[in-house]
Write a protein that binds this ligand. Structure first.
Ligand code: NAD
Ligand code: WQD
Length: 340
């Protein structure tokens, strides 16, 4: 059972490779290492005892992607993580984002069609909901006009997969992640943000380790219990596990429609201040922070209705917020020990 994981040396991809291997799947990773490092392969092998197959190339290269699919026409499924994901950068360099995220998907779908490979799991995002009218947000809530080119690539990708499924045997599962944080319990793999992180969790751990002077809390005047913005944080290993279930659903012909959409979150919203409190409680480390104005483009609050994923996938996020923040800290300390 050979599964292609694009972006498999990245943050969520590497955790998913671990889950797939531990379930006995043969994994082949394609990654151009534009936002990850080759050592991840060894670290995956330290966890699972098995080094995944690996090919390094850029999936926007149609020739290389086509040749890859001809060589590996025995693939049973694809989990497609490879994409650029920095929201702010996508506003400054829209073509870079549209080109990378859409052309790579088109090349993959073409390779699937040409070689009769039928199953794709796609990394989508809660960003497609914008600020929903009703919370918790369900999968059928309207997709709102994207605020960033990055968000738009997720919306367009969902449509590309859906349209392609109508004219081919391809079936797709679109997974809309909420806010994945934390790292593998071994602290051998985790998130490796390049430069100054935009996301909350790595910014917290980098502040606590002394790489940043203080965390800036973006806004305390939101209509939330403590005034700071609310998100649905989930542990990356819980998220990774859902991908294996999604692949199995396709292989076992359990899909109810050719394209299915699932929210992946815990179903609980936590504010920025609650995440800080959790970090301090779970690690015993005091965090420096300052309240600032709101960050432009941020939404006030969002959390998932996970009922559909719970029922149909039989999946539930299990780890608590304290486990998430503790694991993120363990990973940051492991990086510091390696001088990174
Ligand atoms: P990541 O940057 O750690 O991993 C993406 C990987 O894809 C990297 O290893 C990168 O080198 C590779 N890559 C990018 N473009 C490529 C290309 N053209 N060819 C080959 N390899 C390429 O990101 P992540 O956090 O693991 O995110 C994985 C997916 O999940 C992305 O599609 C992202 O948009 C989506 N997502 C992430 C989050 C989040 O908060 N991390 C939330 C929602 C959705
Ligand atoms: C979380 C909360 C910030 C940093 C992003 C993408 C979205 C999706 C998930 C990919 C917010 C606050 C943050 C800091 C802070 N990704 N914050 N100080 O904005 O929910 O979503 O990741 O698809 O598309 O936009 O995540 O981690 O940046 O922020 O106060 O230094 O933490 O304002 O309320 P966000 P985040």
């Amino acid at each position: 059972m050979k599964i292609l994981v694009t972006g498999g040396t990245g943050y969520i991809g590497s955790h998913t490779v671990v889950e797939l291997q531990s379930k006995g799947y043969e994994v082949i990773i394609v990654d151009d290492l534009s936002n990850s490092s080759i050592e991840v392969l060894d670290n995956i092998a330290k966890i699972t005892g098995e080094i995944p197959l690996f090919e390094q190339f850029d999936l926007t290269d149609a020739g290389k992607t086509g040749a890859f699919f001809r060589k590996h026409n025995d693939l049973r499924g694809i989990i497609h993580f490879a994409a650029f994901k920095a929201v702010g950068e996508s506003v400054d360099f829209p073509l870079k984002y549209y080109h990378n995220n859409l052309v790579s998907l088109i090349n993959i779908l073409q390779g699937m069609m040409d070689n009769n490979i039928l199953n794709i799991v796609f990394s989508s995002s809660c960003t497609v909901y914008g600020q929903p009218d009703k919370l918790p947000v369900k999968e059928e809530a309207p997709v709102q006009k994207a605020w960033s080119p990055y968000g738009n690539t997720k919306q367009i990708s969902e449509e590309i997969i859906s349209d392609t499924s109508k004219v081919s045997g391809i079936q797709g599962i679109l997974l809309r992640y909420f806010n994945p944080i934390g790292a593998h319990e071994t602290a051998l793999i985790g998130e490796l943000p390049l430069g100054v992180p935009n996301s909350l969790m790595p910014y917290i751990t980098q502040t606590a380790i002394g790489k940043r002077p203080f965390l800036r809390v973006w806004g305390s005047d939101y209509n939330t219990p403590d005034g700071t913005a609310v998100r649905d944080y989930l542990h990356v290993s819980d998220l990774a596990r859902a991908h294996v279930i999604a692949v199995e659903r396709m292989l076992d012909n359990k899909m109810k429609q050719k394209v299915e959409v699932f929210n992946l979150g815990t179903g609980n919203g936590f504010s920025v201040m609650q995440v800080i409190e959790s970090f301090e409680r779970s690690t015993g480390v005091k965090l420096n922070y300052q309240i600032m104005d709101r960050r432009p483009g941020d939404i006030e609050k969002v959390w998932a209705d996970t009922g559909y994923a719970n029922k149909e996938l039989g999946w539930k996020a299990e780890k608590s917020l304290d486990e998430m923040t503790a694991s993120a800290w363990k990973w940051e300390k492991a990086l510091a020990e390696k001088g990174r």
